[in-house]
Structure formats: structure tokens, C-alpha cells
Design a binder for this molecule. Sequence first.
Ligand SMILES: C[S@@+](CC[C@H](N)C(=O)[O-])C[C@H]1O[C@@H](n2cnc3c(N)ncnc32)[C@H](O)[C@@H]1O
Length: 238
Amino acid sequence: MTAETRSVNGRAWERYGGHHLRRGTVMQPASDIRWGFGSAGPGTRVLGPLAGRRVLDLGCGTGRYAAHLARHHHAHVTGVESAPAQHERAVSSYGSIPGLTLVQADAVDYLQETAPFDVIISVHGALCFTPPAVLLPGIFTALRPGGLLAVSVLHTNYLGEGPAETVEPSPQRLQIAGHDPDTVYRWVLEPALWCRLLGEHGLTVTTIDRIDSEVDGDPTSCRLIRATRAPADGRDLR
Ligand SMILES: C[S@@+](CC[C@H](N)C(=O)[O-])C[C@H]1O[C@@H](n2cnc3c(N)ncnc32)[C@H](O)[C@@H]1O
């Protein structure tokens, strides 16, 4: 199931990115991070001071948030994106921004070879679409001791379904304008389960923000989870 869901997701995101490349979809640059769907949540301030910090965006898609953090917060940002078409969209929009490096790679592979980061973010990105047991060991290794992980995950979808109480992905609709929707497998888990999984991989959850859609009648709700990797000597280095 693990390898199968990863390749289903990879193909779906490649189709999605390819569709938008052919269509010439123009994405507006981000003016802040939107952690939720139908609601922004607390924005970039939850990441603390970023100037000069090494920041990694896992599953950066079009690169809009990675670019925002490099441009407006003067961080040294790497955006990693597995789908070549999505990566191409990011490069075409933000390929020349100082302080931003865009890498086409699976997060699992990239995390094994990189130098550590001060902050790792994933906005409905790799953490949602990759088996946690496969991705989390790499996140631990690639986060410096005392570093911050901030990830947004789906909690309930547009039908009000979710979250799961076991570590299993659920099929979710991926809307593609003008086409039949695609299916992606997404880890939509109880917050307690995320806390347990992160804890098992050396990451201590400090805060979970609830971000409900502000659209009337929309039951979509997300969670912004922040966690730290314990510093080697017990101090909080943030
Ligand atoms: C919902 S999009 C979010 C994109 C971006 N974070 C944003 O909010 O604009 C999810 C992206 O994560 C990417 N992704 C999923 N699993 C990944 C993995 N294991 N490594 C790298 N990218 C991944 C997908 O290809 C897709 O572009």
C-alpha cells in the first residue's frame, strides 16, 4: 500500500501540475502563508524571526510560500517538490529570487542528503501525502537540534469526513479545473495520532492550532501543528 499510494499521489500531482502548465495558470505571489483552506490561520509569525535562517519547504508546489519567505523575510529557503511539472511551475515563477533554491526531488530522498535546517515547513505538502513512517525519520535528521517544524494538515474535508484514528491514508478528491477530479491518498489523522507519531520520531509537539474554513456551510477544518526537535543540551535555541 505504501509504495502504491506514493506512486498514485506522484502521478496525480504530476497531472495536476501539467494541466496548469498547459493552461498557463498564473498564481499570484503569496502575501503570507495560508495554513488553512478557506481561512489563513496565524500566518508567518508563528515561525519566529527568519532573517538569515535556513528554511525548508517540503512539497512546495508552485513555490509561492518558499518565495515569500525568501523575498519578504530574508530567509535562506529551499523548496523541495517531487512532481516535475509542479517544480517547473515554481522555477518559472520564482527561479531567480535571491535566497531561494528550488529542488525537484522526493522529500524522503532530499532529507537524507541535506545539511540541517533551522525551520522546516510543509503547507498541505509532503507530510500529508507521504507515509509518516517513511518521512519523519528524515525530518528529524534534517532539523537542527532546537529547530522548529510547522506543518498544516487536513482535519476534516469539504464533506466533513475525517480524521482517521489509525495511521492509514484516505482517498481525497483533487479538483482539476475543467476535468474530472483526480484521487490522492492523504494522511488525515487525529491530532493525538500526529502527536504520537512526531513524538516517536524525536519531535515534541508544542502547539496545535485549529483552522476552520470561514466559508459559510463549509465543514473543512485544518490543523497547524508545531513541534520542536529537542536541543542536544536541553536548551531551546529558537
Ligand atoms: C496541496 S500541494 C501544496 C503545495 C504548496 N505547499 C502550497 O501550499 O502551495 C502538495 C504538493 O506536495 C507535493 N508532494 C507530495 N508528496 C511529496 C514528497 N514526498 N516530496 C516532495 N513533494 C511532495 C505534491 O507534488 C504537491 O505539489
